[in-house]
Design a protein around this ligand. Structure first.
Ligand SMILES: Nc1ncnc2c1ncn2[C@@H]1O[C@H](COP(=O)(O)OP(=O)(O)OP(=O)(O)O)[C@@H](O)[C@H]1O
Ligand SMILES: [Mg+2]
Length: 245
């Protein structure tokens, strides 16, 4: 069994005073290690709600979510620990700390993991090399371009060697050329074996993943292999849709 995400009948209900809003309803979703999946849908569809649950930033109201074999129905502390170990986040607005330089930003999740300073240094420099930023290690975020900032964020996400890279509109704040470069980098990381889940409202961006899941009104309305991408024929050959198992 090589599923990294297993969701069974996941629902999310937001309570507002005496009223309730069902943002997700009966989500059944399995994602294998090494997949590159986009989750696309219009504003209000439930994408961020789903991303928050996938990324262990929030929990489902009902249903089951197993992340890399671990049940996420647990205490807040345990959930945070699972999140730190298994998820690398990439956000639209980078979420870098502006007063820290590139190295210090990438170090942060590793410091939380309690690693030795020698190991931290090695991992940080390796991650920065992977995103082609070794020459900018002393820069602070305001001294970097948008694309460079997103590459720092990707390096930070990679540094902990997470099970999933979870990207929320990673190109949303970038011009189209820089956005393409970031997408190429994500594709390359996927070719190297990283599992990527990308949340977007942009169909053109979604089309670059190998599997496209559409969410509408809190439900998955379609789940397709992306036959446009030439990588797909190889990856999905003779494979059954995990959701049909
Ligand atoms: N904390 C909350 N309390 C109440 N309702 C919420 C809360 N968060 C989200 N919702 C509602 O849940 C629905 C789904 O919201 P969500 O943020 O997941 O949408 P989205 O697909 O990410 O949209 P966008 O593309 O605009 O970011 C929306 O109708 C929203 O109003
Ligand atoms: Mg959203």
């Amino acid at each position: 069994m090589d599923f990294v995400i297993e969701m069974e009948n996941v629902s999310k209900v937001y309570k507002m005073g005496s009223s309730e809003y069902k943002a997700l309803e009966d989500i059944n979703l399995c994602i294998r290690k090494g997949e590159f999946v986009s989750i696309v849908g219009p504003s209000g569809a439930g994408k961020s709600t789903l991303m928050n649950i996938i990324g262990c930033l929030d929990t489902a109201t009902s249903g089951r979510y197993i992340l890399d074999g671990e049940n996420t129905d647990c205490s807040d502390n345990k959930l945070a620990e699972i999140r730190n170990r298994k998820i690398g986040f990439i956000f639209q607005n980078y979420n870098l700390l502006p007063k820290l330089n590139v190295v210090e930003n990438v170090e942060l999740p590793l410091i939380y993991q309690g690693l030795s300073s020698r190991v931290i240094k090695e991992k940080v420099l390796e991650s920065l090399e992977r995103v082609g930023l070794s020459s900018h290690i002393k820069h602070k975020p305001p001294e970097l371009s948008g694309g460079q900032k997103q590459r720092v964020a990707i390096a930070r996400a990679l540094a902990t060697e997470p099970e999933i890279l979870l990207a929320d509109e990673p190109t949303g704040a970038l011009d189209s050329k820089t956005g393409k470069e970031v997408m190429e980098m994500l594709k390359q990381l996927n070719r190297e074996g990283n599992t990527i889940v990308l949340i977007t409202h942009d169909h053109e961006i979604a089309q670059q993943a190998k599997r496209i899941i559409t969410v509408r009104d809190g439900r998955i309305t379609s789940d397709k292999k992306n036959t446009v991408s030439k990588d797909v024929a190889v990856t999905f050959e003779n494979e059954v849709n995990p959701n049909e198992i």
